[in-house]
Design a protein around this ligand. Structure first.
Ligand SMILES: Cc1cc2nc3c(=O)[nH]c(=O)nc-3n(C[C@H](O)[C@H](O)[C@H](O)COP(=O)(O)O)c2cc1C
Length: 207
């Protein structure tokens, strides 16, 4: 499989490619599972997205995340875990059924697992979580670039002990699920906020 690497000092892309990329990135919107159609990403496409997630800024080269793909054959086992969790939380039968069905959401399903180490010198926990978030962003953008729509989802399942045990090792957290598939309809662009609170120029106060 081709992995995008650019030799130091070289820039093989035409200038317009950067503009096209910026345009593409500006068109990414999350899409709920009900608006996702098959097929989901192939294992090669998931892998390509994970490789791009690795380009997230990573202080200390800790790579504090990994992805776990849930294949179609594994959905029934996941749905039982979802249902069991809902039962143990005392949720009513309708909610248990909804929890069971949730494991079949989205033509493609991945889990994002965070591995945050509390005592790394110079790399506090919040910096490691920032890397996880940046990895997620690159992963979503990569899927978008391949023509998929996607959404990150959490809910009660990510803190369910049995589900965490099924996906995470010691010292890992289940950060979120990522559903992906072909968009059934164009995304609804949200109106951008006025730019002022988002970006301003610092003015030091005069002494
Ligand atoms: C870690 C994480 C978990 C999320 N969990 C949920 C969720 O359970 N339900 C939900 O509706 N949105 C959830 N979201 C928000 C959506 O993924 C999405 O970002 C939001 O709908 C805004 O859409 P946008 O990405 O197009 O701006 C989560 C986002 C993140 C980063």
């Amino acid at each position: 499989m081709t992995v995008e690497t650019v030799p130091p000092g070289s820039n093989p892309l035409p200038a317009s490619a950067g503009q096209d990329l910026l345009h593409l990135l500006g068109q990414r919107y999350s899409t709920s599972p009900k608006y996702l159609a098959a097929p989901g990403p192939t294992i090669e496409e998931w892998t390509r997205a994970a490789r791009l997630a690795e380009r997230a800024p990573d202080h200390g080269a800790l790579r504090p995340f990994r992805f776990v793909i849930v294949g179609d054959d594994q959905r029934p086992a996941l749905s039982e875990l979802f249902a069991q969790g809902a039962l143990e939380r005392g949720q009513p039968p309708d909610d248990v059924d909804r929890a069971r069905a949730r494991a079949f959401n989205g033509p493609g399903l991945a889990a994002l697992v965070g591995r945050i180490c509390p005592d790394v010198p110079d790399v506090p926990v919040h910096e490691q979580w920032m890397c996880v978030g940046a990895g997620l962003m690159n992963f979503l953008n990569a899927l978008h670039g391949m023509g998929f729509a996607a959404k990150s989802l959490s809910g009660l399942s990510v803190s369910d002990e049995a589900i965490k045990a099924a996906f995470c090792g010691a010292d890992e957290s289940l950060a979120c699920w990522i559903v992906a598939g072909r968009p059934r309809q164009p995304a609804h662009p949200r109106q951008p906020e006025p730019v002022a609170p988002l970006l301003e120029t610092w003015r030091p106060t005069q002494a």
